[in-house]
Design a protein around this ligand. Structure first.
Ligand SMILES: [Zn+2]
Length: 549
């Protein structure tokens, strides 16, 4: 097993009282709940003395995969249960200790010291990653217990993965900006007719924000979809949820448990859509997480929570939903859309009018549908709730205490990307919270595999409906981009400016099953047309409008 793969089931120890972590998106509540419900499991077997640790690329498939995933008939009780206790954070497992050379030598002479992995060597002073339950032993032997450290101390295997020239090694662990860029370049190079790497913006600290644009016979006339991760830069596992979608579309076996997408679904998506994969919206946060503190990196380099910075319900009436204080983990920024990362996402969305968007986060195990801000009222009937519910039930959390569900909110928020996308463009914009935070990489692989059915179900929904595709033209067949659809059978509360046509005169509407639409197509200078329709699949209709004179 590679040393970067942290053990799968170490026993948690006591929490460190002087640690005040900046918690991931799903907030302290879940952290506390997780600690409360912790189940103790067997000891840690693979954390070894680390001076001169080995990294065997040939062992890149972790043990549990070989034993219990591929063979399917293992004695491992995890296989029959399907779930494990909630080992969702690295800090459930490990602490960092600092000791002098002399202290380390004394421990080595003792012979039976607990396992320790070298995290950083400053010459006379060394920092080790040790099991949380062993921290008292180290304290008694004169080591200082540190309140945290850069994520690189948790996952020093990153350095070895970066030394490798193999794609599968880059994929086999958590990613930083550099390895992620290499992965995107590799996928684009391997699939030149399907994938292009596009730079969509620049962060506060001048780091590029990249997208992988995937389509067959790319044309801007096709409707666009988006899968993004890392609005919160520390939510490093979310990168892989996005990359997994790219790998499915490109037929790449990127993970030990990769599957191939059903051919008809893959063809449908590649032929009809342009899929934008943006694996890291907040590269400055990711850099901070890896190099400064494994508790930091949620916000951008200006200290702004990017998922509170979008204009819809920005600084709403509810002062629990975001904060005006730059010190807060939910600082909304000085004005709506103030941050370059937010603006890059908004510009891209306005240009491509995404039909569907996934914003991956960790680790509430929820598919959140808009509107999530308190006080914002959804159109009725509400296709967003229907869409989220139908895909959430496919997710597998691989946790004992929490399973995937659709929900409107976790806790009060405002200024989120999903609410802005839904309100501004009618995008089926979901915040998809994975099932773990930053667990051992072995457990991360499970979380990735458990998210995959959710992503696939969303694409299947696009293929099977119910939704409406209208093409509005004038009598000569020229598209009418100024057309809009008035849905009289729906009730609206937030002055949404959709459904309206795109530059190709196309209008897309998600529906609820058995919904009867009473609708009217309008365009300035043309006679309106009314129609009534019920559609339980993907219904494609053409309408010609005649000029008023
Ligand atoms: Zn988040």
């Amino acid at each position: 097993m590679p040393q970067n793969s942290l053990p799968g089931s170490p026993s948690p120890g006591r929490s460190i009282s002087n640690t005040t972590p900046q918690l991931p998106g799903s907030a302290g509540f879940f952290f506390l709940m997780t600690l409360l419900v912790f189940l103790l499991a067997g000891g840690c077997r693979s954390l070894t003395e680390s001076s001169g640790w080995d990294f065997h690329f040939s062992d890149w498939i972790p043990d549990w995969t070989a034993q219990s995933w591929f063979n399917g008939s293992s004695d491992d009780p995890r296989y029959s249960m399907g779930y494990e206790p909630d080992y969702v954070h690295w800090f459930d497992h490990f602490v960092f200790v600092r000791g002098s050379r002399g202290q380390v030598l004394r421990l080595q002479r003792m012979g039976d010291a607990p396992p320790m992995m070298l995290a950083q060597d400053n010459g006379a002073e060394k920092i080790y990653k040790v099991r949380k339950e062993d921290q008292q032993f180290f304290r008694k032997n004169g080591f200082a217990i540190l309140s945290g450290g850069p994520f690189l101390w948790v996952d020093p295997g990153l350095k070895a993965r970066k030394r490798s020239r193999q794609f599968r090694d880059w994929m086999n662990g958590y990613k930083d900006n550099e390895i992620l860029e290499r992965i995107l370049n590799h996928l684009a190079r391997q699939h030149p007719t399907l994938a292009q790497r596009v730079r969509i913006g620049t962060s506060v600290q001048d780091r590029p924000i990249y997208a992988l644009r995937i389509s067959r016979n790319y044309s801007p006339a096709k409707k666009s979809l988006m899968f993004n991760s890392g609005h919160h830069g520390m939510e490093v596992l979310s990168i892989d949820y996005s990359l997994d979608v790219a790998c499915l579309l490109l037929n790449e076996s990127c993970y030990p448990h990769s599957i191939y997408m059903p051919t008809d679904l893959r063809d449908y998506i590649l032929n009809n859509f342009v899929v934008w994969i943006i694996p890291m919206v907040n590269p400055d946060g990711l850099h901070r997480f890896w190099n400064h503190s494994g508790y930091m990196g949620r916000k951008n380099a200006n200290g702004v929570d990017l998922n509170r910075n979008y204009p819809f319900y920005w600084k709403s009436w509810n002062n629990l939903a975001s904060s005006g204080s730059a010190a807060s983990y939910k600082y909304r920024g000085p004005e709506p859309g103030s941050e370059p990362e937010t603006r890059a996402m908004m510009d891209l969305a306005r240009k491509h009018r995404f039909l569907m968007s996934f914003s991956f986060h960790t680790y509430a195990t929820r598919v959140l549908f808009p509107y999530t801000a308190d006080g914002a009222s959804n159109p009725y009937p509400d296709p967003a709730k229907y869409f989220a519910s139908t895909i959430a039930r496919h997710g597998i959390s691989y946790r004992t205490t929490r399973q995937y569900e659709a929900a409107r909110k976790l806790y009060s928020v405002d200024g989120t990307d999903q609410d802005w996308l839904y309100h501004e463009l009618g995008t089926m914009a979901l915040i998809v919270e994975g099932s773990m935070s930053t667990p051992s990489w072995e457990n991360a692989l499970k979380s990735i595999a458990g998210m995959r059915p959710v992503s696939l179900a969303s694409l299947e929904n696009l293929k099977s409906g119910p939704r409406l595709e209208l093409e509005i033209t004038d009598p000569s067949g020229r598209p009418l981009p100024e057309a809009r659809l008035v849905l009289n059978s729906r009730t609206w509360f937030e002055q949404e400016n959709w459904p309206r046509a795109d530059q190709n005169g196309k209008i897309h509407v998600f529906l609820v099953p058995d919904e009867t639409l009473y609708a009217e197509i309008q365009a300035p200078g043309y006679r309106s047309r009314s129609f009534r329709m019920q559609c339980n699949k993907v219904c494609v209709q053409r309408f010609q409008l005649t000029p008023t004179r």
